[in-house]
Write a protein that binds this ligand. Structure first.
Ligand code: NAD
Length: 361
């Protein structure tokens, strides 16, 4: 029954703990990056990592990313992440996720989990039996449900902010938007854009998905290998990471890059390259924060409230406007500007925490 927990001191991180449980085969790491603004929320990734070192590298990078994302989205949450070393196709079991739940519980609420790559809502239901520090449960359980429509709504509002910034008009009607990936987020984003009068170019490696979305929105299907290079006003990557790199950048014919996919820049310097090309880039973790904003409402006192979620997700428009203002005034790329904004918000949070309250004075 007992989990073997080992703390790994890690500069810049509040807690990094590994867990081994020979009885269930669980091998996992939780990284709590920063809880200045609230408990650290981040998904539980299950992946066949080649080594503990690979898993550690990934969990540290992802946990830090969650801190920045939540800070700018004003979710009242900090950043963390967990990884399970294992193959999600062959190594899932009830006892594995119960052990993972006990591991999460041992941190006393400093880390709150959710589904992620390799884990599902069903897995979270099992984890919930061992800890209450879990979100993203099915709607019926009083939870916030599928995050994708919220991520798509945030992207849509983000695209509106980008249009205003790039063209001086927030009008969507008449604009051409190319969407790479018609999955959970892409299909809802396409609906918002079509309703607002945009012309859509659509691609997906799964033909039935792109056909469904094209039928529902009147969009034109484009070959997946060509979607990034379409002449358009907005290119919305909603599939994979690292799509903007040395090979793709010279071939872009868009004025704006704004979509849901995570880590779309291969390296940070590709953000500066986009700026030099006069392509306005909406930093991924700002524009795709709708899902985490929705989950954060679930954790608030009083429980989940859809109207409140909508208002906060729509605020992604303002977050992007702030980022673009910093980018312009300091002549830096928008991805650098968003990191600066996140660090400023965290610094303010730390200063507030250090300030004695009236009761303590
Ligand atoms: P998804 O798997 O449902 O959809 C991705 C789609 O992209 C699939 O239909 C897939 O077939 C397609 N695809 C894959 N490779 C492609 C290619 N080369 N060209 C064209 N299409 C391709 O995933 P999702 O939930 O819609 O998420 C999309 C992206 O947004 C991911 O990067 C994800 O990490 C990110 N994201 C999603 C959410 C959310 O709420 N779902 C939140 C934040 C970020």
């Amino acid at each position: 029954m007992s989990l073997k927990l080992t703390r790994i001191p890690q500069a810049g991180y509040e807690q990094v703990v590994t867990c081994e449980d020979p009885e269930t085969g669980l091998r996992a790491i939780i990284a709590v990056h920063d809880t200045t603004l609230g408990p650290a929320l981040g998904g539980m990734r299950m992946w066949p990592y080649a080594s503990w070192d690979d898993a550690l590298f990934d969990v540290l990078r992802l946990a830090r990313g969650m801190t920045y994302k939540s800070a700018v989205a004003e979710t009242g949450l900090g950043g963390g992440k967990s990884v399970i070393l294992g193959n999600p196709k062959t190594q899932k079991s009830e006892k594995l996720f119960l052990a993972m739940g006990r591991f999460i519980d041992s941190l006393g609420g400093a880390y709150i989990t959710a589904e992620d790559v390799g884990s599902s809502v069903d897995d979270m239901v099992i984890v919930r039996r061992a800890t209450r520090h879990v979100t993203g449960l099915p709607h019926a359980a009083g939870s916030s449900g599928d995050p994708s429509p919220w991520t798509a709504l945030g992207c849509f509002r983000g695209i509106v902010a980008c249009l205003e910034e790039a063209f001086g008009s927030a009008e969507v009607r008449g604009r051409t938007v190319a969407i790479q990936g018609c999955g959970h987020v892409g299909k809802y984003l396409a609906q918002h854009l079509a309703q607002a009068g945009a012309t859509l170019l659509l691609a997906d490696v799964a033909p039935e998905r792109v056909q469904d979305v094209a039928r529902a929105t009147g969009g034109t299907i484009v070959d997946p290998s060509e979607i990034l290079f379409q002449r358009c006003d907005v290119l919305a990557p909603c599939a994979l990471g690292a799509v903007f790199n040395d090979e793709t950048l010279p071939r872009l014919k868009t004025r704006i890059v704004a979509g849901a996919a995570n880590n779309v820049l291969l390296r940070e310097e590709h953000g500066a390259r986009l700026k030099a090309m006069d392509v306005l880039y909406a930093p991924d973790y700002i524009i795709n924060a709708g899902g985490i904003i929705n989950v954060s409402i679930e954790i608030e006192a009083g429980g989940y409230n859809e109207a409140r979620s909508r208002a906060k997700v729509e605020n992604i428009y303002n977050a992007l406007k702030r980022v673009f203002a910093i980018s312009k005034s300091h002549n830096i790329s928008s991805n650098e500007a968003s990191n600066r904004l996140a660090e400023e918000i965290l610094a303010r949070g730390r200063a507030k925490r250090l300030k004695p309250s009236a009761a303590e004075r």
